[in-house]
Design a protein around this ligand. Sequence first.
Ligand code: ATP
Length: 317
Amino acid sequence: MKIAVLTSGGDAPGMNPAIRAVVRAGLNSGHEVYGVMDGYSGLVEGNFEKMSRKSVSEILQKGGTILGTARMKDFHNKDVRQIAIDNMRKIGIECLVVIGGDGTYRGAQALTEMGFPVIGIPGTIDNDLAGTDFTIGFHTALDTIVEAIDKLRDTASSHQRCSIVETMGRNCGDLAIMAGLSCGAEFIITQEHKLNKNDLIEKLKVHKSEGRRNAIIVITENITNVHELADEITEKSGFACRATVLGYVQRGGSPSAEDRILAGRMGSFAIDLINNQTFGVAIGVMNSKMIYLPFEEVFQMKNESMEELYQLVSKLS
Ligand code: ATP
């Protein structure tokens, strides 16, 4: 078969190993593989590149995505998607592998409904997709956050400060929870575990009165203005508080071994599904096993929050 592969939405470390796996496993199964540049916009513009073993040489360790990625509003439009399908059919492409997050899956489902065979691979640092325990990129971003918090802890401890660290994750608290647990954070605030300012300030006062030298608060993005929160904590808790927004550094960097392995397994599994003519599905890893579910089912599932890990944070504090 002729297979196309693209990356879409926010870039995530591990997208390159996933592309490599799709290309290499695809070629080794006797398929032809085409890379699509810049996500769905490359499909619409007909920006395809035939891939060889060599096109994916030495990309395992590279962050970002060699195919480029994009956000394309127009892909919501059925006529625009029809151009994408026509472009693929023109050169004989029979199926598409997309690597991305929730929006990318919505686009994939829309193509599926128009009769084009698509397979989804979860690639986003946010870990905000249902139907998989982990998304490609999550563990690398987690390592980046842990490294940053460890450094902030040094300063917080030296100056007897409280430090607020804002992580990415959109509406998903997994990065904040796992980073907080890894770094011994005192408090974690996510969409599922809401901010109660008064309670937080009271706890910080107790913390201070017990003679603790510093405190780390990890908070998911889009919850509050962390700089204003830091000012209020400084004013009311007795701890001088500073906020750090980690931002895009979380999305970059060389993928961790865990993400490289996950990407390799998922990319290769996508080719297994193609060989079995299974389409319209998203790949996931659950309890360390590769699984797949129809896109529709993934959209209806709830992304499980890491409740047990969240509870552990206060038990170990
Ligand atoms: P991340 O989680 O890293 O942001 P994402 O895949 O969720 O990744 P989005 O920008 O939400 O990123 O989506 C990527 C692209 O998917 C969009 O720019 C758009 O082209 C396409 N897309 C999103 N939603 C739809 C939809 N409902 N129908 C068709 N295409 C869509």
